[in-house]
Ligand binder design. Structure first.
Ligand SMILES: [Fe+2]
Length: 348
C-alpha cells in the first residue's frame, strides 16, 4: 500500500478499518505511520493498548520450528563470542547461545543513538518521579502513562533514601513514547526479520519483560545468580536483547553482568546450595558449575549488545569499585506461539 500523500487522519481511519477486520499488523502499521507524520500522545497510547489487546491471542505454533539443540560442531568456549553488527544473523545467534549461553554484538548502536536513549530514559524517569517538572503527557508525547489494558503490580521502583543517585526500572509499555522509539530502532536494526528466522515465527515482546533500567552502584550487592526461565517457564523460545548504554562491567565504573559461559538447555535447581532466595541458584552450585565452565564479566561499551535466552545463568555484577550509574534496556522477545500470558505479550 502506498503511503505517499496519505494524511494522518486517513491513516487513522485505515488503522480502525484494519482493526475491524482483525488485521492487527496492518492496523498497527497504519497507526505507527500516523504517529510518525503527526506525533500524538493519544496515538502513542493507543498503539500500546492495541499491542496488548492483539498480544492476547496466541497463534498456533509453526509446522516446522528451528532446532532446539545446539548446531553441529558447537562447543563451549572460555569466553562469550563477540561479533560486529554486520555479522549478526539468526544462525550466528543460535550457535553462540546454544554453545556459550550468550552473544555479544559490539557497537550495535551508534554513539548519538546511545546518548539520545540515555536522555530519554532520564525523561521517562522524570515523568514518573518528578511529574511537576516533567509532564508525563505532552500533546506530542506520552512519556509515562499506564495503559488500562496492562494489569498486575506497578512496575519496579527502587529508591534508597539519602542517596543522591538512584535506581529505576520502568516498563517500556508505561512509556508509549519510548515504545515507539525503540520499536523503530529495532526495525532499523533488522531485528524483526532476524527474530522471525530465529524463532521460525514472528516475535512478541511483553509488558513485563521490556524494561528501561537505571542501576546505581551498590556495595555488597549480592545479586542472585538466576536463569529467567525459572520465572518465564522452560516451554518457550525467547531471546533477550540487552543494550548497554553505559561503559559497564569489568574495570568500568558502572555495574555489569556476570555470566556462566555454558550452553546446556536446562534449568538448575534454585533455593539450594547456599542460595539466599528461592529463585536464585546457590553460590555453591555456581562454584561447582564453574569448575566445568568459565564465569566472565564482560566489559561493555555504550552501544554494545548482549543476546541470551531463558537458560543463560547470570547475575547483575555489583562491585565495590563501582561509582557510576548504568543505563540499559532489556527486551525479552518470545516466539509468538510460546509467549507467556503472565508476561502480557505485546504484538509488534
Ligand atoms: Fe535476568
Amino acid at each position: 500500500m502506498s503511503v505517499a500523500g496519505v494524511t494522518p487522519d486517513a491513516l487513522l481511519a485505515q488503522a480502525l478499518a484494519f482493526r475491524e477486520q482483525g488485521d492487527w499488523a496492518q492496523a498497527l502499521a497504519a497507526l505507527t505511520r500516523a504517529n510518525i507524520q503527526r506525533p500524538s500522545a493519544d496515538v502513542q497510547q493507543q498503539l500500546i493498548d492495541w499491542r496488548i489487546e492483539a498480544g492476547r491471542s496466541m497463534p498456533a505454533p509453526p509446522e516446522s520450528a528451528p532446532p532446539v539443540t545446539a548446531p553441529l560442531g558447537a562447543v563451549g568456549s572460555v569466553g562469550i563470542p563477540e561479533i560486529a553488527p554486520s555479522e549478526l544473523s539468526a544462525a550466528r545467534v543460535r550457535e553462540a547461545v546454544y554453545s556459550s549461553g550468550a552473544l555479544i554484538v559490539r557497537g550495535l548502536l551508534e554513539p548519538p543513538t546511545v546518548e539520545t536513549l540515555r536522555q530519554q530514559i532520564e525523561r521517562v524517569v522524570g515523568a514518573r518521579e518528578n511529574p511537576d517538572v516533567f509532564p508525563p503527557v505532552e500533546p506530542q508525547a506520552a512519556w509515562y502513562v499506564r495503559s488500562p489494558e496492562a494489569w498486575g503490580a506497578p512496575s519496579q521502583f527502587f529508591r534508597r533514601p539519602g542517596q543522591t543517585v538512584e535506581s529505576s526500572s520502568i516498563w517500556v509499555a508505561d512509556s508509549p513514547r519510548m515504545a515507539c522509539e525503540l520499536l523503530a530502532l529495532y526495525e532499523s536494526l533488522g531485528l524483526p526479520a532476524l527474530l522471525a528466522s530465529y524463532f521460525g515465527e514472528p516475535a512478541r515482546l511483553s509488558v513485563k519483560k521490556w524494561v528501561l533500567r537505571k542501576m546505581a552502584p551498590k556495595k555488597n550487592g549480592n545479586a542472585g545468580w538466576h536463569q529467567d526461565g525459572r520465572f518465564l517457564g522452560e516451554d518457550i523460545r525467547s531471546l533477550n536483547l540487552w543494550l548497554a548504554l553505559s561503559d559497564c562491567g569489568g574495570d568500568a565504573p558502572a555495574p555489569g553482568m556476570d555470566l556462566l559461559v555454558d550452553g546446556p538447555r536446562e534449568i538448575h535447581p534454585t533455593g539450594t546450595d547456599g542460595a539466599w532466595f528461592d529463585w536464585t541458584v546457590g553460590p555453591e552450585r555456581v562454584a561447582r558449575l564453574a569448575t566445568e565452565a568459565s564465569i566472565v564479566q564482560p566489559r561493555f561499551a555504550p552501544g554494545d549488545a548482549l543476546l541470551f535466552d531463558q537458560y543463560s545463568l547470570h547475575r547483575t555484577a555489583l562491585e565495590d569499585h563501582h561509582s557510576a550509574v548504568r543505563y540499559a534496556i532489556e527486551a525479552w522477545f518470545f516466539a509468538a506461539s510460546t509467549a507467556p500470558a503472565r508476561q502480557q505479550p505485546l504484538f509488534i
